[in-house]
Design a protein around this ligand. Structure first.
Ligand SMILES: [Fe+2]
Length: 351
């Protein structure tokens, strides 16, 4: 399986993962003649697809969580947002808990697996997908840091709820396609406090999860909001939420910008430790995240085009590449282990 740009669909590609839209199947796995749907998919904001073709039949992409869990999680967080915007205090915390427990039990994490934290998302479906992804990333980080089951659960809950204050922000500001005015941005920034205040009425949500809602926009140099808290005065859980939030936001296609490839997101986070993000946390998690996830299409410094085939454990920037074309664009299928060819680098990421 591999990831391609929808605009690069070819006749010999079949769909490797079903595409859903609002919980309903749009295209089934194994659909052939995929290129016929190209325009429609692009109209729907689906810019990337997992496909199977002659280059990728033996490339494995392990999903972080099951598609069914992802859909269930999105539905639950969508209902949560609706209840909050209608000021209903009877949130279905049981449902939320069930989903977080499921995500936590599905997330495989051992030393042989480099985590692929990127998931495909549609530009129009951002908010709920983002909450779910932040929860998944927070749980992954908790596992990487060796937290207890109970702590991991609270991290997952805080991640899931971190932006629920946005349910109380006016639609026209929340979904404005252009950049916000200073006034609108001030209103938008209220979401962390609004979410925190709302959840404070619910005893069933741990204070540790609530602090993630309040402080996920705080930054270690004090440049964040709402309080401008500095360094170790920011709770560790909130620092994890900040990393997870930015990681997913930058990895996502938005109306106003294209998503950043994973290695760029990780570089951004690395370059901003001590100013924005906690150095100790970043240092511990970086070796466990794939900089170039399996199935990504890339161009090497030699000009050759290839697909990431496999990871080399402990070396997240030096995977094994399946070359598919030489520098002139002629088909040339062979394997190249970047760990054995340190002079060659990945110079461009297509997907
Ligand atoms: Fe936020």
């Amino acid at each position: 399986m591999r990831l391609v740009l929808t605009e690069n669909l070819k006749e010999d590609m079949k769909l490797a993962k079903a595409i859903y839209d609002n919980g309903k199947i749009l295209l089934n796995k194994d659909v052939k003649n995929l290129y016929k749907y190209k325009e429609r998919l692009l109209e729907l904001g689906i810019n990337n697809l997992y496909v199977e073709d002659k280059y990728s039949f033996d490339i494995e992409i392990t999903p972080t969580i099951k598609d069914s869990t992802r859909r269930r999680g999105k539905k639950v967080i969508e209902n949560t947002f609706k209840k909050i915007s209608d000021s209903f205090l009877n949130l279905d915390v049981k449902e939320l808990k069930g989903v977080i427990e499921e995500i936590s039990s599905e997330l495989i994490l051992n030393d042989d697996v480099l985590l692929n934290l990127v998931s495909l998302k549609k530009t129009s479906d951002y908010t709920y997908e983002h909450c779910l992804n932040v929860s998944v990333i927070c749980i992954s980080i908790g596992k990487m840091l060796g937290f207890s089951q109970e702590e991991i659960f609270k991290l997952g809950m805080g991640g899931m709820l971190h932006d629920t204050g946005k349910a109380l922000i006016p639609e026209e500001i929340l979904n404005k396609p252009d950049s916000l005015t200073d006034f609108e941005y001030t209103i938008m920034k209220n979401h962390s406090e609004l979410g925190f205040e709302f959840l404070q009425t619910l005893d069933s949500i741990s204070p540790l999860s609530r602090i993630m809602v309040l402080s996920h926009h705080e930054r270690v140099d004090g440049s964040g909001y709402p309080r401008g808290t500095v360094g170790n005065d920011i709770h560790e859980f909130a620092k994890i939420a900040a990393i997870a939030d930015v990681f997913d936001a930058l990895s996502s296609d938005r109306v106003y910008r294209d998503k950043m490839p994973t290695h760029k997101v990780l570089e951004y986070i690395m370059n901003n430790t001590e100013t924005l993000f906690d150095y100790q946390i970043v240092k511990k998690i970086l070796p466990k995240i794939s900089f170039y996830p399996n199935g990504s299409e890339i161009i090497l410094s030699t000009g050759e085009r290839g697909i990431i085939k496999e990871q080399n454990t402990g070396f997240p920037t030096r995977p094994i590449v399946r070359i598919i074309a030489d520098a002139e664009g002629n088909e040339d299928i062979r394997e190249l282990d970047l760990l054995k060819h340190m002079n060659i680098v990945i110079s461009e990421v297509i997907t």
